[in-house]
Design a protein around this ligand. Sequence first.
Ligand code: FDA
Length: 301
Amino acid sequence: MLSRQFFLFLSQSKWLKQNARRWGQKLGAKQVIAGETLEEAMNTVRKLNEQGMYATLDHLGEFVHRREEAEHSAEYCVKILQAIHDEGLECNLSLKLTQLGLDVDRDLCRDNMMYILQIAKELENFVRIDMEDYSHLDATLDILNELRQSHDDVGTAIQAYLYRAEADVRRLGGVNLRLIKGAYNESPQVAYQKQEDVDENFMNIIRTHLLNGSYAAIATHDHHIINQVKQFVKEKDISKDQFEFQMLYGFRTNYQKQLVDEGYKMRIYVPFGTDWYGYFMRRLAERPQNVRFALKGLLSK
Ligand code: FDA
């Protein structure tokens, strides 16, 4: 049985990550990753914009352990912001703090973020810090707090599977938050293990953040949750300008279009780059059906 734990375990394997590049995109990764170059990713964003969708670009990369790699990642983020601006695309940037050196030196990571945010401000764009596993949560929120003392155009993501999610969302009132179920393998000490508990907490944090008057990016492919959100905003007369739905590139594309046709703001998370392994494995862990196209890719010539 190909379980969630199995793929999350594989997602952390450095050996597999290094060797996965040799298999190229054979595993079917190209259906959910918008190419390896910035140019390919920009083409994807342009097509999404033409369909009335917004985007957020993510240059894939994790497990950065050297200063130079972290600095290179920061420069690459700036390059993406500049390209978005030059092409006039409706698109912002998502990134991970470990990519910017969080595991190397916290201050280096904070300085890299400051540099990126300074450019984002000049180019009038927004940067979202993805949330990683629990061991990085406190450091991520601390850095966010520091950044927000001089920048409004930055937000993060809160994971509903964590018991503390509701308290964090309350503390972060006024911040543009992406609300999600959570993608990592966390222990029962810190996280709900049953899907129905996660779903219930997901709706709790969505309600809390919206009722607070704060902007919410509700990131899910789950139509049960989306239907409840639609119902809730209608009952509470919450404007469609106070939230957006977000989905991952390549997932439920017809449903993405349907929500746009219904007048909802939809932003697609567009990952690209050569370092696609960890991202791809987490997607396999989330949904056994996703394994099918991976196996198909592997068997095709
Ligand atoms: P989930 O996978 O729980 O599915 C629930 C139900 O929805 C399924 O049973 C099925 O009925 C339906 N469904 C789901 N996918 C379907 C499909 N492809 N086709 C048909 N039906 C489907 N995580 C994290 O830890 N940190 C982060 O920063 C982010 N960022 C992020 C951004 C964006 C834009 C998204 C969409 C997600 C993330 N995530 C994330 C991942 C997130 O935490 C979560 O793991 C996945 O979105 C999977 O959960 P869902 O809410 O999509 O539904």
